[in-house]
Design a protein around this ligand. Structure first.
Ligand code: GLU
Length: 477
């Protein structure tokens, strides 16, 4: 295998080793951090349509330097051990970059979910969950899955229910999985969290004119021409928020069965509705359809958001990419070889281990909520309203006393000022803070050390340093 066709794991390892070269770690520690601790493979039967079907699933624990370990469960025919291990490694580094107290794990089931009806998916999910639960590979303090490609809140609800069924007296049972529906002790804002995280990351990036200039761009997100690959949960929410709230123009959307482009901008919600109704992006009105979707990755734009599969930007197309800035909403969309080419060409990449960490960040909030058994904001929301109301009426009274025209705030100001933060607002605030702080730390490394050529290297260095620190107090005898 040439260095240009590395496996997914080898691609992640190459990025890891670039960073290790610039760090001074105790002998052997880099290897321990990099190595995947364990991967469990399970083959299990489910009786469907009057015959027994055998499924293959994985749960990989890359690093349990902190427990629980965390990471999604993916349903896809492309799932294999190498992919699951690479994704688990990314979870380790991702959690360290954004300071969530988890090790890294990932799971996968080799299945095309579209081949089964809802009832069958439930049966398969429950059986897979049972296999993992009985080995503590799903457990509130050991290993906590979440949704990933091909799974959603629905599957997480079945997993939580299966865990509760097997542990009927365990108080913290619902913390065994995150990304659950809100009615089943999920948290507001988890569904869109990764897409929101992309938006917050980009907003923070555009707050620093120096970085914007490095990407040969100027100004803000307003009017930036954006191409999105993949209109799944992450790509859809990112594109939707960026166009509706930041004034970005979505000029291209790439899907499995082709791409659509429009210089005037695409209505993301309408495109999504079209795909859901017709089963294809083809035929969407007010846009030009191109059957060779991947070619649109190379179309002219300011910002490219690969939000689908790994390895879509590789050594063969990297030189033709015209975007000035790429944010990796997917895990591993740029191979290591392509990353070298893009760097040499001056394309700025906001890397996956930071960019798509919004999901695990809000998963962390959900896990904390489950362990504390109380909704965020429940105790303080009305108290905050009372204090703010008092403050407003006192300001009104004082402005009357000092003889100026009595100040009286508008109703909308009053309503916004007085309102206590609910769970969704708190989740957004915590996510925004996390994405800002992490990028600021990466930026500092990028700016201050000339050996740190890009944000990915900075993120890996930060992650590895944090993980290395946890080993100082670990028993390794
Ligand atoms: N599957 C998501 C990821 O790749 C979320 C993981 C989690 O919340 O544990 O980051």
């Amino acid at each position: 295998m040439s260095s240009q066709d590395l496996s997914f794991t080898a691609n992640v390892d190459r990025q890891f080793l670039r960073a290790v070269n610039l760090l001074d770690l105790p002998p052997g520690l880099a290897q321990q951090i990099r190595t995947c601790n364990a991967t469990y493979t399970v083959r299990f039967p489910v009786r469907l349509r009057e015959r027994i079907h055998v499924f293959t699933g994985y749960r990989s624990v890359h690093s349990d330097h902190i427990t629980p370990v965390k990471g999604g469960i993916r349903y896809s025919l492309a799932v294999n051990q190498d992919e699951v291990e690479a994704l688990a490694a990314l979870m380790t580094y991702k959690s360290a970059v954004v300071d969530v107290p988890f090790g890294g794990s990932k799971g996968g089931l080799c299945i095309n979910p579209n081949d089964y009806d809802d009832r069958e998916i439930e049966q398969i999910t429950r059986r897979f969950a049972y296999e993992l639960i009985k080995r503590d590979l799903i457990h509130p303090s050991q290993n906590v899955p979440a949704p990933d490609m091909g799974t959603s809140a629905r599957e997480m609800a079945w997993i939580a229910d299966e865990y509760q069924r097997l542990h009927p007296t365990e108080m913290d049972a619902l913390a065994c999985v995150t990304g659950k529906p809100v009615y089943k002790s999920g948290i507001a804002g988890r569904v869109e969290a990764t897409g929101r995280g992309i938006q917050f990351a980009l907003r923070e990036f555009f707050r620093e004119p120096l970085d914007v200039k490095r990407a040969s761009l100027s100004g803000s997100l307003e009017g930036k021409r954006v191409i999105v690959q993949g209109l799944g949960n992450v790509g859809f929410h990112a594109a939707q928020f960026l166009s509706l709230e930041d004034g970005a123009v979505i000029t291209g959307i790439i899907e499995r069965d082709g791409a659509i482009v429009s210089e005037a901008g695409l209505d993301v919600l309408a495109v999504k509705a079209w795909i859901e109704a017709s089963g294809s992006i083809k035929g969407y009105p007010d846009a030009t359809f191109l059957s060779d979707g991947a070619s649109v990755l190379e179309s002219d734009c300011d910002l490219l958001i690969p939000a689908a599969l790994e390895g879509v930007i590789h050594h063969k197309n990297a030189a033709s990419i015209k975007a000035k800035l790429i944010i990796e909403a997917a895990n591993g969309p740029i191979t290591a070889a392509a990353d070298d080419i893009l760097r040499q060409r001056g394309v700025v990449v906001i890397p996956d281990l930071y960019a798509n960490a919004g999901g695990v960040t809000v998963s962390y909030f959900e896990w904390v909520k489950n362990l504390s058994h109380i909704r965020f904001g429940r105790m303080e929301r009305r108290a905050q309203e009372t204090t703010q109301t008092l403050m407003l009426s006192e300001l009104e009274r004082l402005s009357g006393l000092i003889g100026v025209d009595k100040w009286s705030p508008t109703d909308s100001f009053k309503a916004n000022y007085v309102k206590g933060a609910d769970e969704l607002e708190l989740v957004r605030s915590g996510l925004d803070d996390t994405m800002r702080e992490a990028l600021q730390a990466m930026r500092e490394k990028w700016h201050e050390d000339e050996r740190v050529e890009d944000l990915r290297l900075a993120a890996y260095m930060i992650a590895i340093q944090k993980i290395a620190l946890t080993y100082q107090s670990k028993s390794l005898g």
